[in-house]
Design a binder for this molecule. Sequence first.
Ligand code: UDP
Ligand code: UDP
Length: 260
Amino acid sequence: MRHDVTFPLYVEVDEIYNLACPASPVHYQFDPVQTTKTSVHGAINMLGLAKRTRAKIFQASTSEVYGDPEVHPQPESYWGKVNPIGPRSCYDEGKRCAETLFFDYRRQHGMNIKVARIFNTYGPRMHPNDGRVVSNFIVQALKGEPITLFGDGTQTRSFCYVDDLIDGFLKLMDMPADFTGPVNLGNPGEFTMIALAQKVKAITGSSSPLVHKPLPVDDPKQRQPDITLAREALGWQPIVSLDEGLTKTIAYFDRLLAAK
Ligand code: UDP
Ligand code: UDP
């Protein structure tokens, strides 16, 4: 079924995964009003659906609730440092408001909610024009085009391979009703964007030059999940290293570009 989550949906279900929302900055900033509506109206409609059907409901929240963090690595107890009126706010504040709605529906209606805070994730079947850093660097390296480093490239991110993330979703959904999260799901391995570009170049064997482009407004300087809670409560931790995950993702894009 194709459906816009900002409109009500009447179906009979017993589990809901609310993953709706563009997650790449270029895509979520293209129509920022719609991005906030997707997170806020979307959460209200899916929570309404879960309330009526008594379904268990999962929310894809984000490390962006921590904004440009002053606590490092970020535990779930950190409230974050988010600009409420900048170009990233439609995503960050939309997802923060969705968390508020989830916890208020739980307090008011006793619902079975599961909130995951997802850190940067990548893997095969990303769109070549996704716009996020891993797919950009891989496509640029494979095409022999310049690799675009935003700013000086010393900012960091922690990248989780998609299979590890999905395993975390399933473990979280299987938890008893008294476990709500929020729980961080991400890979604690932290890399600068320069290091990521070098890894992509090394694995692809590309001779693409590195070029610098302006740093986007409010771009977080560092990000690394504290996954103590996921380890202890869910018995979950990522097992795919960045090198292994990049190798699989590069093989995917190589086939995709060759087929074109
Ligand atoms: N809703 C939905 N599907 C359902 C039940 C509710 O899309 O099966 C929507 C409904 O349109 C409402 C929202 O979810 O606007 C919130 O539902 P809730 O029952 O919490 O609020 P109420 O209907 O009381 O305003
Ligand atoms: N970035 C980059 N080159 C690109 C795309 C992104 O250097 O072509 C940087 C971006 O400025 C940020 C990091 O890579 O510091 C991760 O960006 P992404 O858009 O993947 O996700 P974010 O974590 O910012 O939401």
